[in-house]
Ligand binder design. Sequence first.
Ligand code: FES
Length: 95
Amino acid sequence: MPIIRFVKDIPEIAVEAGANLMKSLRENGRPVASSCGGQGICTKCLLSVIKGNESLSKPNQNEIDLKDIHQFPKGMRMSCQVRVEGDVTVDAPYW
Ligand code: FES
């Protein structure tokens, strides 16, 4: 079972392999910014992947296109577009 860990003093979360990152965080009481409800439009759900980027699904075409348009900083992923396949550590500035 993949584990989502945090940089700050926040309890880790165990999720099913293949679980959506944003949905998993929200279901476990961790807020994730969004104004599109996870439809891959607003890019407000960006999170920093501190460790375990290889444990996340590869960016889909939508994420690749928006990354090009908005020039996401390195290491940022659109959490609503990402599936968790293994252990990962993530962070958001508002946590
Ligand atoms: S929640 Fe809007 S793009 Fe991810």
